[in-house]
Design a protein around this ligand. Structure first.
Ligand code: F6P
Length: 368
């Protein structure tokens, strides 16, 4: 069977292992995989850009970060023209699938990519989804490709932010991705031993942040010389976190084709308030896209290969309109298929009652 494979949305480490898993297991099951370049953009183009894949070509891809097929945030149902007018180009996608003689599509992505997949499934296109996002916010699965590597990347930066902060006596704020979910902020904050962690699921109070800083650092002038008291603090703030009386901070007011605004800047807002309302100097850093960068972690290599292989099996068994799902702790988790529409209109966020200490702004029961 000849099938297409694409990666959509933000890149994430684990996508290339998933491609390799699909091609390898697919070759055993009689699947011929055609790579579609740059996500859905490939299929809205008059001439789709493709890259036929075989074992030889993808043999070393498990070691690569990002996606060797390229990605985009193209939404075929909402293509914005030069004058801002909106076109539905989904018929081009259907036509191109026919033109390329693809009998099914495997789509790797998050809620947006799956959403397009679910709509195309309603039009009769045979789709299998593979979950990917460093935000780990997809419903219907306990693991999404990219999360573990991003966790490693962010934890390392938190760890490295200690020496400058400690040497200068700063409050160092590290702003991390995750959109409306705080999984990445919470767990990287714990792994990197940040002192406070602010997540979108629980709006914070500035007064409480100041109080927690004071109880760690004291009200003393930090330039008074050595003392046993810690001289610095590290705060991890999720890009989607907001104060109780505030809004989410955005980079600008533009929206992408899926209606998302780019979040960013809460770290700097917080740093300014700390500098203005406490005795402490504060610095903020936005980690940005390198959080998703670099080679996949062992977990993302394994999970990518397993997800890709499971998608090949789903295609060979004619199980369509489904997404591969993991239940349990990666990598020794149960893989199954869920309806692709499970992921639509709802996201998986941090279970605040279970994990978050609303007074200490940290993981529950860890004694920070
Ligand atoms: O969804 C993945 C993600 O990395 C989010 O954490 C972040 O808000 C967003 O993508 C960034 O978008 P872009 O890659 O388009 O800058």
């Amino acid at each position: 069977m000849r099938i297409g494979m694409l990666t959509g949305g933000g890149d994430a480490p684990g996508l290339n292992p998933a491609i390799k898993g699909l091609v390898y297991r697919g070759s055993e099951l009689g699947l011929q995989v055609i790579g579609l370049l740059d996500g859905w953009r490939s299929l809205v183009n008059p001439v789709p850009e493709v890259l036929p894949l075989d074992r030889e070509m993808v043999r070393r891809w498990d070691r690569d970060g990002g996606t060797n097929l390229g990605s985009s945030r193209t939404n075929p149902f909402k293509q914005v023209g030069a004058q801002g007018e909106v076109h539905d180009r989904s018929q081009e996608v259907v036509d191109n699938i026919e033109r390329l003689k693809l009998e099914a599509l495997v789509v790797c992505g998050g809620e947006d990519t799956m959403g397009v997949g679910a709509k195309l499934a309603q039009r009769g296109i045979r789709i299998v989804g593979v979950p990917k996002t460093i935000d780990k916010d997809l419903a219907g699965t306990d693991y999404t490709l990219g999360f573990d590597t991003a966790l490693r990347n962010v934890s390392e930066v938190i760890e490295r932010s200690r020496t400058p902060a400690g040497s200068h006596g700063w409050v160092q704020i590290v702003e991390v991705m995750g959109r409306h979910a705080g999984h990445l902020a919470l767990w990287s904050g714990v792994a990197g031993q940040a002192h406070l962690i602010l997540i979108p699921e629980h709006p914070f109070r500035y007064e409480r942040v100041f109080h927690l800083l004071r109880s760690r650092l004291g009200d003393s002038d930090l330039s008074r010389g050595p003392s046993l008291r810690p001289r610095y603090s590290v705060i991890v703030v999720a890009e989607g976190a907001r104060a109780e009386d505030g809004e989410m901070v955005t980079i600008d007011d533009r929206h992408d084709a899926f209606g998302h605004v780019r979040l960013g800047g809460i770290g700097e807002v917080l740093a300014r308030r700390i500098a203005a309302e406490t005795p402490y100097e504060a610095r903020a850093v936005i980690l940005g896209h390198p959080q998703r960068g670099g080679p996949p972690s062992p977990i993302d290599r394994i999970m990518g290969m397993l997800f890709g292989a499971r998608a090949a099996e789903a295609v060979a068994a004619n199980e369509f309109g489904k997404m591969v799902s993991a239940r349990g702790v990666a990598p020794a988790c149960e893989l199954s298929l869920v309806d692709i529409s499970t992921v639509l209109g709802t996201i998986n966020v941090v279970d605040v009652d279970r994990y978050y200490d609303k007074d200490r702004y940290h993981l529950k029961s860890i004694g920070m």
